[in-house]
Design a protein around this ligand. Structure first.
Ligand SMILES: [Zn+2]
Length: 393
């Protein structure tokens, strides 16, 4: 058994002062106030002083980091990305594809499914390769079922009209490991594909879309319940023609994510978004690309190249992903939206886990996986643990 204590703990039900957290076999078995609980005999306590224990972050939208893209055909890619992720507090994530030629996408999906399954087997056999890293839990398919008008940097020649048959090809290649899909609801047959994906448990997210209000509502009625990098690659809000943003911001069934890097959205828009969606439906993503954690220069995203300068990733004058890390997104949200650190942390942990139906992650509660971060009062990540084991930094 392992025991941890610190100044505070962020749990789903609020903060616990001077907590004592007991962990066994990678799971949280007890959380109590230190003053009311004796440490079990023979157990030594790791004491983090005045720091905060918070749930590990969950990134539902990340293309790469540390010089690698999740679609790269090399076994080095995911381990390098995952090692960078834990330095920034992310303990689980959805590797995210970008629109690419069909064969390239199918091969990437197969490789990602292989990687996810291998990590699951290693965990079962307690056979980690010596380095504890972030866990890939499922795939986010971003494109090719997106709008030409709002494609952002996605290559136009590889966009496809959604059909259930095409979705089935992706699903088979990924062996059912697609857990999230971004789709433009206004495309013909999109509602049918949304309904089928939702039936299979995929978190269907509206994005890269030029939908009007009615088309967005049709997508929601079909089963979409989330929105991808809200405001970016979307028809802008118009007060007489509210469009997809009017639906996403006002429909209380909808959660939505944002890229809070200070580049993709003005801080005032982050506050507007946070006020509209509230502390439970606000989700932080990074949309990070391979350039994250690397010097500025030229980097690959899927099948194309991106110029990275002054913290911006650009293709043909358009933003193409970010170099944001989740710890910075949390601090930015707290600052821009004037939220307590605990609420901003929930937008990076509890909320994405709930939205994507990831069991036992994103919360510190009895029975949950012991994935957690130690933060200072500014929200900087000091240490990261996966399954109760500290990740090397
Ligand atoms: Zn995108």
């Amino acid at each position: 058994m392992l025991a941890f204590t610190a100044g505070r703990l962020f749990s789903p039900t609020g903060a616990v002062e001077h907590p004592l957290v007991l962990i066994e076999d990678g799971h949280v078995v007890e959380i109590s106030a230190r003053s009311s609980r004796q440490v079990p005999a023979g157990v030594s306590v790791s004491d983090f002083g005045r720091s905060v224990i918070a749930p590990g972050y969950v990134d539902l939208h990340i293309h790469g980091s540390a010089g690698y893209d999740v679609m790269d055909d090399t076994a080095d890619a995911l381990p390098a990305i995952e090692q960078l992720l834990v330095r920034h507090g992310v303990t689980s994530y959805f590797p995210t594809t970008v629109t690419a030629p069909m064969d390239l996408t199918l091969r990437a999906l197969e490789r990602l499914a292989d990687a996810i399954e291998k990590r699951e087997r290693d965990l079962e056999r307690h056979n980690a390769d010596g380095k504890i890293r972030a866990l890939p839990l499922g795939i986010h398919l971003e494109g090719p079922f997106i709008s030409h008008a709002r494609r952002g940097a996605h290559p136009p020649e590889n966009l496809l009209a959604p059909t259930v048959a095409l979705f089935e090809r992706f699903w088979q290649a990924a062996r059912g490991r697609i857990r999230m899909m971004t789709i433009a609801p206004e495309l013909e047959d999109a509602p049918e594909v949304i309904a089928e994906a939702a039936r299979r448990g995929v978190c269907v997210s509206l994005g890269h879309s030029d939908a009007d209000f009615a088309a967005a509502e049709r997508g929601i009625a079909a089963g979409a319940r989330h929105a991808t990098h809200t405001f970016n690659a979307m028809r802008p809000l118009d007060h007489r023609s509210p469009g997809i943003l009017g639906a996403v911001l006002t429909d209380r069934r909808m959660s939505a994510d944002i890229i809070a890097d200070g580049v993709h959205l003005d801080p005032a828009i982050v506050k507007l978004f946070a006020d509209a969606k509230g502390p439970e439906q606000t989700v932080l993503i990074t949309d990070a690309i391979s350039a994250t954690g690397m010097p500025e220069g030229r980097y690959r995203l899927g099948s194309f190249e991106v110029d990275v300068r002054d913290g911006k990733c650009m293709v043909d004058g358009k933003l193409a992903g970010s170099v944001l890390t989740m710890d910075r997104a949390v601090r930015n949200l707290a600052r821009f939206a004037e939220w307590d650190l605990a609420l901003a942390v929930a937008a990076a942990s509890q909320n994405p886990a709930r939205v994507a139906r990831i069991a036992n992650k994103g919360v510190l509660a009895v029975g949950a996986d012991a994935d957690f971060v130690i933060l200072n009062s500014e929200g900087e990540v000091l240490r990261t643990f996966v399954g109760g084991v500290e990740c090397s930094r």
